[in-house]
Design a binder for this molecule. Structure first.
Ligand code: C2O
Length: 535
């Protein structure tokens, strides 16, 4: 195993897209930021030096950080932010994982521009469990705002409303030629006829689940969230913010230029999308003057495509890559997730929007929760996060617009070391149904079931897939439906869980688990590094 060292200088740089130049926060002046390359088993050390005006932290999304939450990165959860002018070295081992993941700023909405891919190759000499591709490319899907994002967020918050939506989707930071004056901001990847390529696709968008397709070419999905899956062929993929998907594509069509496109999936009543990003798959030797054709993407609200696609995802589940689904469960959790009005009990007519889990709107603490837990600092959080909503109701029935007694709090849920957990995430219709891509730090989980309407504890568990369910770190909870996940709490620490739509996270759709230390020699949280940023 090697040590891979990276220097990340967080600097402000002027960048222009859609003819709108503006200063953005970047890593090393690049948008998207640099790709981190490592091999399974390597140690990675990324020294982050903050030259920007914002205090920030960086999260290595999907890396498990076993016993090492100090390197996980969410601000005020596992560390205080790196102050402007200071540095912090994220030092972690890449153990038992290979595939595509990504990194992003984990404070405010800075991940709009502070993000990049992580490519983890299998151990030396270990082949992929699928045909070796001739080449590969990383495609980071994102969003571009013509205005300053943090300013828009401030304006929105002052009104209690969402900030303006972004102006374009992007592929590797580029919106593509469907937008005016954007020909030069088009990502092109070159292929040779007859060869097969691996595309490593990351959804780094803040608030949009995306469909992605390539004109004229099917894709074979081989890996999701850095876990191999049973290969299946599809004309389009769905990818939520936080997720990664590896696909194989064979250049077997008439040599030409083909658009790859990313567009919104929206199952909530939200304005029609006109932000489609395009990039070009170009066969070697074909002149740049050939006009590419657009792919057929699923309709913006095509939930039946999403159902079929989600049900096609299965763990590889071979002796080499088994799906170790917990079959007996120590702890059953049922979390309602949804939007609502301001939790202030005396302002029933408030129009300020908020979000909650089991009626708790999470309040960020002033110091890192991991420090508070590790050093036994009292008064920072409570360990009383409810295992279920205060009272059952018709979660997905007619919209309930009234305040339902949401409460504010920094409340965490305690899990015994190595306990097995089943968590049902139930979308609510408190204000409107909306899908929520949920991300759990510190773990992968198995997605054992999903469905529409209210979860039925008497009937639905019998239909769970406990054989080869997909294993991942981020999963969509369907609008007006539910998703059930299982995981083993074998990683001691404090682990954030939240909706990966930045708007919903900001509104409080988040909580954290405290996983206790075990009694064994390698079952407790490692000591904090010397350079951990002070609070
Ligand atoms: Cu990708 Cu808590 O984030």
């Amino acid at each position: 195993a090697a040590i891979k060292k990276y220097q990340f200088d967080v600097v402000v740089k002027n960048v222009s897209r859609l003819s709108h130049p503006k200063p953005i926060v970047t890593v090393n002046g690049r948008f998207p930021g640099p790709t981190i390359y490592a091999r399974e088993g390597d140690r990675v050390v990324v020294n982050v030096t903050n030259h920007a005006q914002y205090n920030l932290s960086i999260h290595w999304h999907g890396l498990k950080q076993f016993r090492n939450g100090w390197a996980d990165g969410p601000a005020y959860i596992t560390q205080c932010p790196i102050q402007s002018g200071n540095s912090y070295s994220y030092d972690f081992n890449v153990t038992g994982q290979r595939g595509t993941l990504w990194w992003h700023a984990h404070i405010l909405w800075l991940r709009a521009t502070v993000h990049g891919a992580i490519v983890i190759m299998p151990k030396q000499g270990v082949p992929f469990p699928f045909p070796q591709p001739h080449g590969e490319s990383v495609l980071v899907l994102g969003e571009w705002w013509n205005s300053d994002v943090e300013e828009l967020v401030k304006q929105g918050n002052a009104l209690g409303l969402p900030p303006n939506m972004s102006d374009a989707h992007t592929i590797n930071g580029k919106p593509g030629p469907l937008f005016p004056c954007s020909d030069k901001h088009t990502f092109v990847t070159e292929v040779e006829w007859g060869k097969t390529y691996l595309l490593r696709i990351v959804n780094a968008a803040l608030n949009d689940e995306l469909f992605f397709a390539i004109a004229g070419h099917n894709m074979t999905v081989v890996e999701i969230d850095a876990v191999y899956c049973k290969p299946f062929t599809t004309s389009a993929i769905l990818i939520t913010p936080g997720q990664t998907t590896n696909v194989l594509v064979t250049a077997n069509q008439a040599p030409g230029r083909y658009f790859m496109a990313a567009r919104d999936f929206n199952d909530a009543p939200i304005p029609v999308d006109n932000k489609t990003a395009t990039a070009i798959l170009q066969y070697k030797g074909v002149p740049d003057t050939v006009i590419p054709v657009l792919p057929q993407l699923p309709a913006q609200n095509d939930t039946s495509f999403v159902d079929t696609y989600s049900n096609s995802l299965r763990s590889l589940n071979t002796p080499q890559f088994p799906a170790n689904v917990p079959l007996t469960i120590d702890r059953h959790l049922f979390f309602t997730v949804g939007l609502g009005r301001d939790p202030c009990p005396t302002c029933l007519n408030s129009t300020k929007l908020t979000a909650s889990i089991n009626n708790v709107t999470f309040v960020m603490p002033k110091i890192g929760l991991l420090q508070a837990h590790y050093f036994n600092i009292n008064g920072v959080f409570k360990l009383d996060f409810p295992d279920k909503p205060p009272a059952p109701f018709n979660y997905t029935g007619a919209p309930l617009t009234a305040n339902l007694g949401t409460s504010l709090g920094t409340r965490l849920s305690k899990l015994a070391f190595n306990s097995t957990v089943e968590l049902v995430l139930q979308d609510t219709n408190l204000l409107t149904v909306e899908s929520h891509p949920f991300h759990l730090h510190g773990f992968n989980f198995f997605v054992v079931g999903r469905g529409v309407g209210n979860f039925d504890p008497a009937k639905d568990p019998a239909k769970f897939n406990l054989v080869d369910p997909p294993e991942r770190n981020t999963v969509g909870v369907p609008a007006g439906g539910w998703t059930a996940i299982r995981f083993r709490a074998d990683n001691p620490g404090v682990w954030f869980m939240h909706c990966h739509l930045e708007l919903h996270t900001m509104w409080g759709l988040k909580m954290a688990f405290v996983v206790e230390n075990g009694n064994g020699p390698d079952q407790s949280i490692l000591p904090p590094p010397m350079d951990l940023p002070p609070c």
